[in-house]
Design a protein around this ligand. Structure first.
Ligand code: FES
Ligand SMILES: [Fe+2]
Length: 411
């Protein structure tokens, strides 16, 4: 069941985010970005200007995204391995709304609004393991793992079958990331991420195992984080341990030691693919390759933003997933998880290699976080309105900003 829409006068309704906005009209993209700025963004990349800084710093703009952009997408919100077994359930906040994820007896994952159908108490306060039912702590209305109401002790009020169930939210699990569509009307998941559903078909993602995770609070805007994921221009400057600047032996010009990549700008799959025939930057630690692809399969380093809040980095021998949780215009959390083949995780001889790989990623994340924090601070000035893109390195960043504008214009 989709969230009830807001009324035209901006008055909050029962399914919104719980705030009563009174008669304050909902802002729109035009309140922050004028036509000339949108036209400038849509110019060919060499002449294009980026979105004005306000879209990265304004709480009102974040509110617009929270109401009209993000709920309509398939948002990455959690990892499947956080609730691995039947009856495992966890509460979480998604765009300020209380939600819960529940692993059913059949092993499939479901998502519900974490709100009791009696008088609206949050049902699940903390993660539970192997539960048979979910009981609201206030008057004990009790739901099964499929969200059906199973007990209503001492109840003598009206029976209303339409309200007897927890309200479900469309939920999909892929490469261990759990995606939710809060509005309930996004296009089908396989089409939404169609490019990668096809591209990653050879991989056996069920044979992967998580082998490390970490979470950070980051003082930046979720879109700056997303942009940092998709553009490789920054890599030799803030991650010199993995990408170096060298001199071209023939011309003497400076270049990155690995400047061969393809940008893929495929609807909600936004990323870069780097061929790694015989190298994996300096992240190679000798783990066995990921299971699935046949002998001779050309392995690459795929770094993709799963728009808006998921990231999958698929290397030859590991995957690093990220989930961004925007909580304010200038605040988000990012949670990473590392995966290798079950064989690599089971082998104690590879303990050091896995730990070293995880440490490499933590170092990279912390370098990114420092830069993203400074970038947010710079964006508090209108001087940052004059953003420009490198045509070679930043086509993905340019695409991302245009994608956000396209979606906000669509409403
Ligand atoms: S509010 Fe949940 S049982 Fe009363
Ligand atoms: Fe980076």
């Amino acid at each position: 069941m989709p969230l009830p829409a807001r009324s035209a006068d901006g008055q909050g309704t029962s399914g919104g985010n719980g705030e009563n906005t009174g008669n304050r009209p909902m802002p729109s993209l035009a309140d922050f970005v004028d036509r000339a700025q949108i036209a400038a963004l849509r110019r060919p990349i060499k002449e294009a200007s980026g979105l004005p800084a306000v879209v990265y710093t304004s709480e009102a703009f974040f509110e617009l995204e929270r109401k009209t952009l993000l709920p309509k997408q398939w948002m990455a919100v959690a990892y499947g391995h956080e609730i691995p077994e039947a009856g495992d359930a966890m509460p979480l906040k998604v765009l300020g709304l209380p939600v819960m994820l529940v692993r059913g007896a059949d092993g499939s994952l479901r998502a519900f609004h974490n709100v009791c159908r009696h008088r609206g108490t949050m049902v699940l306060k903390e993660p539970v393991k192997r539960a048979k039912t979910l009981r609201c702590p206030y008057h004990s209305w009790t739901y099964d793992l499929e969200g059906n109401l199973r007990a209503r002790p001492l109840w003598d009020g009206r029976e209303d079958p339409a309200e007897d169930r927890l309200v479900s939210i469309p939920c999909r699990e892929w490469v261990d990331i759990v995606y939710l569509n809060l509005s309930g009307d996004a296009e089908p998941f396989e089409d939404y991420f169609g490019f990668l559903s096809e591209r990653w078909k050879p991989y056996d993602f069920d044979a992967l195992q998580a082998c490390g995770s970490r979470e950070w609070e980051v003082a930046t805007n979720w879109k700056l984080f997303a942009l940092g994921v998709v553009e490789p221009y920054h890599e030799p400057f803030i991650h010199p341990q993995i990408v170096k600047i060298i001199e071209d032996p023939e011309t003497g010009a400076k270049k990155m030691d690995n400047d061969t990549f393809d940008a893929h700008l495929e609807k909600n799959c936004i990323g870069v693919v780097t061929p790694i025939e015989d190298r994996d930057f300096d992240l190679a630690h000798g783990l066995p390759f990921l299971p699935g692809p046949p002998e001779g399969f050309k392995r690459n380093m795929d770094i993709f933003l799963m728009f808006p809040t998921g990231v999958v980095v698929l290397a030859r021998d590991h995957i690093l997933n990220m989930i961004a949780t925007p909580t304010a215009a200038d605040k988000m959390r990012v949670k990473v998880a590392l995966y290798a083949s079950a064989e690599a995780v089971a082998d104690p001889k590879l303990n050091d290699a896995r730990a070293a790989l995880f440490d490499d990623w933590v170092e990279i994340m912390e370098q990114d976080i420092e830069a993203l924090t400074l970038q947010l601070e710079g964006h508090r000035s209108p001087i940052a309105d004059q953003a420009k893109f490198s045509p070679f390195w930043e086509s993905s960043a340019h695409y991302f900003e245009k994608h956000v504008v396209d979606l906000l214009e669509k409403g």
